[in-house]
Design a protein around this ligand. Structure first.
Ligand SMILES: C[S@@+](CC[C@H](N)C(=O)[O-])C[C@H]1O[C@@H](n2cnc3c(N)ncnc32)[C@H](O)[C@@H]1O
Length: 266
């Protein structure tokens, strides 16, 4: 397993002190459209959502992917996810060191997360490492208008919750092993007017129908194909000792894990 020397752990945003799911109250149209875009691209035997939060998107992915995993650092979000998901394996961990062998996933999603990461390159290297050749990687980011080709990443602001938000221009996510296939844009109605009309479901259809007009849309979903050498490994969660966690028990050190496989608390 690759061990990355980053300062990422210090930068992990705190999602324990507020209820992230409440952020989505009254945003039914936006939520529906995002799920629709991501699930249309979701195929494969094995998949993972990185920074999956309370399982908002994973909930639709687990219906389309054979064996689904979700990793997040926030215990509060993971507990909520545990209540809403049916068959996804939940892991508490950090994005800088994914607890899997190389070449295990056919599908990887990273939605509304990368703006928390000061340097995306080590994370994208991990995405490529755990993906199988030909896998689909879906990145969901806010559109930074007029900056599509910028390679710069800079601190933009700090939210009232204390989260640092880094700029996320699309050019920042070019990475060896990732071939950009398609971009869709959504979010026409993600504003005060749209939210007041959130019962008008046909608006979701309009947003989706014109999602190819991404240069004018505030939220982007980018589909990449992973192109690399290598075979296929099984998706076994790795214990810190290097063993594999099978049925919530490490086959090497014998440590047992709960419903959420917690690789943070020792
Ligand atoms: C804005 S939420 C998005 C959740 C979900 N993807 C969605 O769209 O509903 C960001 C999530 O990323 C997680 N996260 C951010 N940085 C992380 C890191 N370095 N390691 C693990 N999780 C992280 C947070 O805990 C949080 O649950």
């Amino acid at each position: 397993m690759v061990s990355l020397k980053t300062e990422l752990r210090k930068e992990i945003p705190d999602y324990e002190r507020y209820d992230y799911s409440s952020v989505w109250k009254g945003r039914g149209l936006e939520d529906y459209v995002e799920k629709e875009i991501v699930s249309r691209w979701a195929v494969g035997e094995t998949g993972i959502e990185l920074g999956g939060g309370f399982g908002r998107i994973t909930q639709v992915l687990e219906k389309r992917i054979g064996q689904m995993f979700m990793l997040d650092y926030s215990l509060r979000n993971l507990r909520r996810a545990s209540a809403r998901l049916q068959k996804t394996t939940l892991i508490r961990g950090t994005l800088d060191k994914l607890p899997f062998e190389d070449n295990v996933f056919d599908f990887v999603a990273l939605i509304r997360v990368i703006h928390h990461v000061p340097n995306p390159d080590p994370l994208l290297a991990e995405v490529v490492r755990v993906s199988r050749n030909g896998a689909t990687f879906v990145l969901g980011v806010a559109h930074e208008f007029g900056k599509a080709n910028s390679r710069e990443s800079a601190l933009k602001r700090v939210t009232p919750e204390g989260h640092k938000i880094y700029s996320t221009p699309l050019g920042r996510y070019a990475h060896p092993g990732l071939e950009r296939v398609e971009i869709r844009g959504v979010g026409d109605f993600d504003n005060r007017i749209g939210r007041s009309l959130s019962r008008l479901w046909p608006l979701a259809t309009i947003d989706l129908k014109f999602s190819r007009l991404w240069p004018a849309k505030p939220m982007l979903f980018v589909k990449y194909r992973v192109v690399k050498e290598g075979g296929r490994n099984e998706p076994r969660v790795r214990c810190d000792c290097g063993g594999s966690i099978l049925e919530r028990r490490c086959d090497s050190c014998g440590r047992t894990y709960g419903q959420i496989i917690d690789l943070v608390e020792k």
